[in-house]
Write a protein that binds this ligand. Sequence first.
Ligand code: ADP
Ligand code: MG
Length: 340
Amino acid sequence: MATEAQVRQNLEEVLVPGAMRSLVRLNLVRDITVSNQKVDITLASVAMNSDVQDWLKGKVSDVTKKLPGVNEASVNFIEAKPNEVNDIGYVVAVMSGKGGVGKSLVAALLSIALARQGKGVGILDADITGPSIPKMFGLTGARPSGSDTGILPVLSRMGIGVMSINLVLEHEDDAVIWRGPLIGKAIQQFWEDVLWGQLDCLIVDLPPGTADAPLTVMQSIPVSGVVIVFTPQELAAMVVRKAMKMAKQMNVPILGVVENMSYFTLPDTGKRLELFGESKGDEMAKIAGASLLAQIPIDPELARLCDRGEIERYSSDVFDSLAQKFAEALPLKPKQTENV
Ligand SMILES: Nc1ncnc2c1ncn2[C@@H]1O[C@H](COP(=O)(O)OP(=O)(O)O)[C@@H](O)[C@H]1O
Ligand SMILES: [Mg+2]
């Protein structure tokens, strides 16, 4: 007799049309019952129209009947909301005092670090008024698919799920002059109505600032930890203290701090120039009581990759060290093997 685990393993092969991820990875397999030669499979129909459901029914039945000893497979769909099936291990919010300090860049690098380690990762771009994540990943022409029961994030080249207001605006340059309540609503939808599926980690690119805008986001999404980004030229101590206060209010830990634009290395001599003032990385880490994840230099290659939408190609010693320290700071759930 076939086992439930064997059936599940075969379902790993079945990619959901438009999602490029399997039924299992999207956490849509709600029940598998094996009795004698018959297998009953229940799937959640989130983000699927009826054509997709019909196609999946045939495909699931085919791969299940491939198993020895199975001669009948029945596939049923149940309705569910995306946030009822989403299974997200950890939500990391990336925060900064002001715009232009490299917050989105750091959010992108953190997600790339996890994806290269084989983790399931998504980015929720909660910076509604200045969304820049899709551009960095070269996703500007992309549109999320789905149905009226849920939206699928757009996948980056390396498989990072991305949801951003830019992906749903008609033109990328459309000014987003939305007011607070509308913004809050969009973010809430990115959390509740998007089928993220099984993710080890969701990275949230918060709006800049340490006042209302990021706080509203943190209240509508169950954030598990925060990373703070600052530059040497800012009033970094103030930024870090305000962010700490906010994190404390929300009862979430600060996972680490990142200093961006720390220095510039002269190509000829290799000499380090602290263009924006003396580095404050260690001092800020101490104030935050968290680790210094990285001191990122001003790197023309980074700017070029961001502009070209090829941030996923970035590699450097600084990145490797950031990736390692972030993995150490992130208390990820052990991989689940059983999820019915
Ligand atoms: N360390 C860096 N080296 C070179 N360019 C950088 C660096 N950090 C940021 N940039 C550039 O600055 C731009 C703004 O960064 P971004 O992450 O969008 O800032 P924020 O999200 O804080 O507003 C990026 O698109 C990138 O081109
Ligand atoms: Mg940004």
